[in-house]
Design a protein around this ligand. Structure first.
Ligand code: HEC
Ligand code: HEC
Length: 225
């Protein structure tokens, strides 16, 4: 029993670490906020300088800071997420520490023109699939994906703008799994005014267990090869 309690507490600490930014990422966030406050620029390249510390010079991401690659994402999706962080529908849940960091940064972008400018700059990055970090049962993942996910995200996880469902192929697998779990647990997408996040929140409850979620994301990663 003692061992179980110990295991459980290790597990809980591991989980909370995953959602609680460490000192280095907090520092990077504070520096980005300060840089954006001082710049007052609407030039996409100049604005992106504040993003590069976490998302990388070419939008390749930085797993150590929990910051996803942006190079593989669609411009309409990036813009909508930045607006969601700004309005507070994303990144406001108390357990969403990294979302809160990104919310503070998005709120420092001066206006919608600044959001558009930085997204236009990111859209010119060369898409390069993020490295694989997860192993899973790809065949089982493929079955669940085609039954439950492909209708919105597309048969090759290429995304569907009409349904506002983003491309998933090529995006970091660790990030997709984390976001999927956040939808499932109501940490992202629980706010009904977040129309598309709320939709995905309901989908987050459709996979039977964590192992299968892992398989589905491993399958999505394999589509980017
Ligand atoms: C301190 C590090 C940091 C900086 C600086 C930063 N970000 Fe982020 N960003 C993150 C993290 C961490 C996440 C993931 C949040 C989560 O887990 O929900 C994120 C998520 C995002 C997302 C959502 C991507 C998706 O697929 O859901 C976008 C878009 C984004 N950032 C754009 C930017 C832009 C544009 C800038 C500069 C104006 C910027 N970020 C600066 C850390 C940072
Ligand atoms: C009804 C359409 C629909 C279905 C079906 C659906 N999704 Fe989504 N998904 C969305 C939408 C819309 C978003 C964007 C949510 C937002 O704007 O916050 C999304 C976002 C996501 C994200 C976050 C991506 C990112 O870069 O932040 C992941 C991961 C995801 N979906 C995985 C899945 C998986 C796995 C399945 C199948 C179990 C699935 N989705 C089924 C509509 C759908």
């Amino acid at each position: 029993m003692k061992r179980l309690v110990l295991l459980l507490s290790v597990f809980l600490v591991a989980c909370s670490n995953d959602n609680t930014p460490d000192v280095s990422s907090d520092k990077a966030a504070a520096e980005a906020v300060q840089a954006l406050q001082q710049s007052g620029s609407v030039d996409g390249k100049a604005l992106y300088a504040a993003c590069a510390a976490c998302h990388g010079a070419q939008g390749e991401g930085n797993p150590g800071l929990h910051a996803p690659s942006l190079a593989n994402q669609q411009d309409w999706y990036l813009e909508r997420q930045l607006l969601g962080f700004r309005s507070g529908v994303r990144g406001s849940h108390p357990e969403d520490g990294y979302g809160a960091q990104m919310q503070a940064i998005a709120k420092t972008l001066a206006d919608d023109a600044a959001v558009k400018a930085v997204v236009a700059y990111i859209a010119d990055f060369k898409a390069k699939p993020a490295a694989k970090t997860l192993e899973g049962n790809i065949k089982r993942g493929a079955d669940y994906y085609s039954n439950l996910c492909g209708s919105c995200h597309g048969p090759a996880a290429e995304g569907n703008e009409k349904l506002q469902s983003p491309a998933l192929a090529g995006v970091d697998d660790w990030y997709l799994l984390k976001q999927f779990n956040h939808f499932r647990d109501g940490i992202r997408g629980a706010d009904q005014t977040d129309r598309y996040g709320y939709q995905m929140g309901m989908m987050g409850k459709t996979l039977p267990n964590a192992e299968i979620a892992n398989d589905v994301i491993a399958y999505i990663q394999s589509l980017a090869d």
